[in-house]
Write a protein that binds this ligand. Structure first.
Ligand SMILES: Cc1ncc(C[n+]2csc(CCOP(=O)(O)OP(=O)(O)O)c2C)c(N)n1
Ligand SMILES: [Mg+2]
Length: 816
């Protein structure tokens, strides 16, 4: 907590009353002259065309989904189709007010948003740029297809390109916008300003906030929009994102030249329903969604309710809010009224709403009323509208015919999917600017202090170095962070207590003096938004490091880790990169909710990398590696290790990287292998000493270091030599990552094994109080007893714990 703000008991205890101010509702007044002057009559007509294009597109999908045919074309679309018929004016009006550099993230119901955004960009970007974007995208594959559709000029070709790329994506073709790996709910096209759309409702809120942070921190122009459904106001990450976006520090603590709060517009497409739950009167209590703004900051988030059945009312609001955001006065909340006349999905029987209600909205249809408005003011004629509508349908028929024609021949292969699971690149820096630092690194107090420390746990005579002279595991992490901060100007780090506190476990102590606020900052206690913003920051082009104090808190950021960080690189078909490191610590001493090792969860989710260093040397080398890459890495640290010195090899002063996926042999042996992940390494070494001294068993100890990716060769070599393998980590035994290792090694080296592979993990219990930890975490005695009972009888050995196969059976039976 910065000491700048003194909390004065006299002041805060004064009697007073909080005035919340008013929130405008549907204040827009039509003025055709002003609108024509602002947009030009042609653009006003184009907006109508875009609205009809979206409606036709959705109707076409609806027809294909429900009848298997449209306009004489047959196709079986197996995937989802969440249609937005009725909501066109809200999407088109929004895009009318956006500039090419603005970014729009959206939801599962985003076909209309993609089309509105891309069609507006095709009109607004310079022709050469449109041409170059289309030519370079997927090596011109999508363009080659779109060119087959008759077009008069480049911008018309652009329209076909957008329709083709979107539909091909929905139908899983490899010339779709994301090579068919995103599909209906996740399609996007960043060159035209349409950013990832999220099937996890509300999922875009924190990601878009991260993208807005990227713009601010790196002084990039434009704003970011998160389109969210009204029912998703109930999603925790949405609230978290708004809190993160509204922090006071942007104005009070960040350097003025950064420009204020992140330029994020939370735009709620308020169609009054979730799937079947009704937000007004049933599932939410806000009644008027815009009210929520009043709970977030003194400006009420500049909240407004806008009539989303009038594209010009929406454009007006977005334009005004955009100006606020550009000036750093965000965040903004818009409650954009709309209505989906289509069902939630084709299987929706609309059992939750009356026919009369749907009919009332049909009667108020925005396409009809906006068309009539244009006619009324002489901008077009009914005949012209009809001709335009026919032209749209005609083009769409061509698109659908092309996309469905030979669809199955145009799918990606498994090898392609595999190739985009990671971006796997190295990136020294993600921008060429000089990194912003507050002091020369040589003057940093921690850097100076580290220069005097022993980079080995033992002195020249082999005696242990005292704790205050020791270069520790946390120092290795610090050096890696500092190194990359001095090279990559985009690198930013955030989390709870990251700044003045020095990070939860003093890893960042010293960074506060070295880095300006916008590169290292405290966040709200919003684990979802901490990680989600990291996802958005990374996919927008920066390098982010976020911290979750305890591994157990990953539960709070489950979606952001497992669906967002993990999946966007591959869902984008490799178009996005995710240089994001998520630091988590595996705890001890803090009981059941602060001490669990969740490596197994991370290992189970495709797309995430996971590292777990056990020595200071690897803490530095592995974090260096993570911070040089472009993939999301969940970086596990152990609280049992933060204080330790380096016992194997002195920690190098310069830069180095641990080879990815490569386990380290910490002790050579010939009779038995113990492989560990994390802090159990040291207990394994003690067990190895016991085995050697008391039983003459030469034990090889291997520190796996990596979860994903993991190179098994060294481990298999060791097992071929010793014929015996015990695996140990602090994770609860059942379903732990080491069970995967056991199974894999058994398959790779079955003929060489003299005994089954044994896994010794923590008990399948809650983590108990520190006084009881010895009965929970694996101890060296457990390892030796397990070896005796299940691998090789140790002459004269007296077990102090029960590790027999019978006991294993009993525990399984009891589920503990
Ligand atoms: C986290 C999550 N929970 C539930 C769903 C299932 N689901 C899909 S759409 C939807 C309704 C969302 O309502 P709203 O946010 O108002 O958006 P709308 O569908 O009205 O556009 C639900 C519950 C989901 N996709 N993601
Ligand atoms: Mg809704």
């Amino acid at each position: 907590m910065p000491k700048n703000f003194v909390v004065d008991p006299v002041e805060v205890r004064l009697q007073d009353e909080l005035k919340l101010g008013s929130i405008p509702i549907n204040q827009y007044r039509q003025d055709f002259k002003a609108e024509a002057a602002r947009f030009g009559v042609e653009e006003l007509r184009r907006m109508w065309i875009d609205m009809v294009t979206i409606r036709e597109f959705e109707n076409m999908l609806s027809s294909l989904k429900t009848t298997g045919a449209w306009q004489g074309i047959s196709y079986n679309h197996k995937g989802p189709a969440h249609l937005s018929a009725g909501q066109e004016a809200a999407a088109v009006g929004q895009c009318a007010a956006l500039a090419p550099e603005d970014q729009v993230f959206g939801s599962h119901r985003s076909h209309g948003e993609i089309l509105a955004r891309c069609l507006a960009s095709v009109r607004r970007l310079p022709e050469q740029e449109v041409q170059s974007i289309m030519e370079h995208f997927l090596g011109g594959e999508t363009l080659r297809a779109a060119e087959k559709i008759p077009h008069g000029n480049l911008r018309e070709l652009g329209v076909s390109f957008v329709l083709y790329g979107t539909l091909a994506e929905i139908f899983a073709r490899k010339d779709g916008f994301n090579r068919g790996l995103g599909g209906s709910m996740h399609a996007f096209f960043t060159p035209f300003g349409s950013y990832p759309n999220n099937a996890i409702v509300g999922g875009s809120a924190d990601i878009a906030t991260g993208a807005a942070l990227f713009k601010r921190i790196n002084r990039k122009p434009g704003i970011v929009v998160a389109n969210i459904g009204d029912a998703s106001m109930g999603c925790g990450p949405v609230w978290e994102a708004m809190c993160l976006a509204a922090m006071d520090q942007y104005r009070t603590l960040w350097p003025k030249e950064v420009g204020g709060a992140p330029p994020i517009l939370f735009n709620f497409f308020n169609n009054f329903y979730g799937m079947g739950g009704q937000t007004n009167g049933e599932t939410m209590g806000y009644q008027v969604l815009a009210r929520v703004g009043a709970g977030v900051n003194p400006e009420n988030m500049h909240a407004e309710r806008v009539d989303g059945y009038n594209p010009l009312a929406v454009a007006d609001a977005v334009a005004r809010k955009r100006a606020l955001l550009i000036n750093g006065k965000g965040p903004v909340l818009l409650d954009t009224l709309t209505y989906r006349i289509s069902g939630h999905s084709p299987s929706d029987a609309s059992s939750y709403r009356s026919k009369e209600e749907i009919e009332a909205w049909r009667a108020a249809d925005a396409i009809d009323s906006y068309g009539a408005y244009l006619v009324e003011h002489g901008a077009t004629t009914p005949g012209e509208l009809e001709t335009m509508r026919e032209a749209i349908t005609g083009r769409l028929v061509d698109v659908v015919r092309l996309v469905t024609g030979d669809a199955t021949e145009h799918r990606v292969t498994g090898a392609f999917v595999e190739s985009v699971m990671y971006s796997g690149q190295r990136a020294e820096r993600l921008d060429d600017r000089a990194p912003e630092l507050l002091q020369p690194i040589a003057e940093n107090a921690r850097v100076k202090a580290l220069a005097t420390k022993s980079r080995s746990a033992f002195d020249a005579e082999g005696k242990p170095v005292s704790k205050n002279k020791l270069y520790q595991y946390r120092d290795g992490l610090f050096e890696a962070m500092l190194h990359r901060f001095t090279i990559d100007p985009t690198m930013a780090a955030w989390g709870e207590e990251n700044r003045d506190w020095g990070g939860a476990f003093a890893v960042y102590r010293g960074l506060t003096e070295a880095l300006p606020y916008h590169r290292l900052f405290n966040s709200p206690i919003s684990e979802g938004a901490i990680v989600g913003a990291g996802v958005g920051y990374a996919l927008a082009g920066g390098r982010a490091v976020v911290e979750l104090m305890y591994c157990d808190f990953m539960g709070r950021a489950g979606d952001e880790l497992f669906n967002q960080a993990a999946k966007w690189q591959s869902m984008s078909a490799g178009l996005l990169r995710m240089p994001l490191v998520i630091r988590v610590s595996v705890g001890s001493k803090y009981g059941a909710q602060h001490s669990q090792d969740w490596t197994a969860l991370v290992s189970h989710i495709p797309g995430l990398k996971a590292y777990f260093p056990a020595t200071p040397c690897d803490a530095k080398g592995m974090l260096n590696l993570a911070l040089a890459g472009t993939d999301p890495v969940v970086f596990f640290e152990s609280q049992l290790l933060y204080d330790i010195g380096e016992r194997f090899e002195p920690v190098p002063e310069g830069y180095y990287e641990t080879p990815e996926g490569e386990p380290a042999v910490r002790k050579q042996g010939t009779d038995l292998t113990i492989a560990t992940l994390g802090a159990t390494l040291y207990r394994a070494l003690e067990a190895a000493e016991m085995l050697e001294k008391e039983h003459g068993i030469s034990t090889e100890v291997i520190d796996l270091r990596f979860v994903t990716p993991l190179r098994y060769e060294k481990l298999v070599e060791s097992v071929k030599k010793t014929g015996r393998l015990v695996l140990s980590s602090d994770a609860c035994e059942r379903g732990s990552f080491l069970q995967t290792v056991a199974s894999t090694v058994t398959q790779l080296a079955f003929d060489y094994l003299d005994a089954p592979v044994a896994v010794v993990g923590s008990r399948n219990w809650i983590t108990p109080a520190p006084e009881l930890e010895e009965i929970f975490f694996p101890q060296k005695e457990w390892l030796v007893d397990t070896i005796h009972e299940r691998i090789v009888p140790l002459a004269g050995h007296r077990c102090t714990t029960t590790q027999t196969p019978g006991e294993l059976l009993r525990r399984c039976r009891a589920g503990v």
